[in-house]
Design a protein around this ligand. Structure first.
Ligand SMILES: [Ca+2]
Length: 294
């Protein structure tokens, strides 16, 4: 009798554990943040069953964040679906995955000599996510660069321009494309620099901020904003994306401004120099140039 009672107890616990596992797995929905990653891969590491997902496609262009050069042979695939989706960029940096699982996904981008990235993408059902343009940062530039900000967009408009006010009291406290001085300097004040002024669509335009070796106390605000020089198409229709990398990791992503995005200025974020945190993120579209916060 004792044995039977023990067995019943064991069976009862076993049932309870099975029920717990079932409930835990059921709560891993598609919008479950980090759980989403688990949701794409079965518990044994195999890829998700194709019977339960829909497909769309994704295409874009991969460039060097420093000089804007197109990057060939970049490995691109959807996280959790490497076998069925992996492609390489062609000689002009373009890639296309024609059968990609739809929904909120992560795109793995890697190439020797560059920091690998896994930005997110919303892939539509039976439709194409176009202009998924991303810039990779060479891994040799990271020893001192604390923040790297890239701006990418579609083929049109030809020209978006990135700007940044920096907490520096000298003559160069607005980083912009005008000339070598206004583009800033990484080896001296203001320890921030715009690499390239892209004027033929897609970008990237990259601004880097360096802390180490600086004589500044950085107790001010880095205000980053974008000008839509020709005014059309809007920031949204231009598929404008700003990505911030912090200490080699993709940290923040902003897509177009809130409010009336037909306005020509987009105040993207304020970064507090003393703490390295974002005080204002993905702010509004403006009809005039944002002011200097310092
Ligand atoms: Ca530009």
């Amino acid at each position: 009798m004792e044995d039977i009672a023990d067995k019943k107890r064991v069976m009862k616990w076993f049932s309870f554990i099975l029920l717990f596992i079932f409930v835990s797995l059921s709560s891993c929905g598609p919008s479950g943040g980090s759980n989403m990653l688990l949701g794409n891969v079965e518990s044994d590491g195999s890829e998700e069953s194709s019977a339960v997902i829909s497909y769309g496609s994704i295409s874009g262009n991969i460039t060097d964040a420093e000089d804007g050069a197109t990057l060939s042979d970049v490995s691109v695939y959807i996280l959790g679906f490497q076998t069925s989706t992996e492609v390489s960029t062609n000689s002009t940096g373009e890639f296309s995955i024609s059968s990609a699982p739809s929904g909120e996904r992560y795109v793995v981008l890697s190439k020797s000599g560059y920091v690998s990235q896994t930005p997110s993408a919303t892939i539509p059902v039976n439709d194409e996510l176009e202009n998924y343009n991303v810039s990779l940062v060479p891994d040799t530039t990271w020893s001192q660069d604390k923040f790297v900000i890239t701006l990418s967009w579609a083929e049109t408009p030809a020209d978006l321009d990135s700007y940044m006010y920096v907490p520096e009291t000298g003559s160069t406290h607005k980083i912009w494309y005008l000339n070598a001085t206004t583009r800033g300097d990484l080896t001296g004040d203001p320890y921030a620099q715009l690499d390239v002024d892209d004027i033929d669509g897609e970008g990237p335009e990259t601004i880097r901020i360096r802390y180490e070796g600086g004589s500044l106390d950085y107790n001010g605000v880095y205000r980053y904003y974008i000008h839509n020089l020709t005014g059309t198409p809007s920031f949204t229709d231009a598929d404008a994306v700003v990505r911030i990398y912090r200490n080699q990791v993709l940290w923040k992503t902003y897509t177009a401004c809130s409010g009336d995005d037909s306005l020509d200025w987009w105040h993207v974020f304020d970064l507090t120099g003393s703490t390295g945190s974002i005080a204002v993120g993905n702010d509004t579209c403006e009809n005039s140039e944002p002011s200097d916060p310092n």
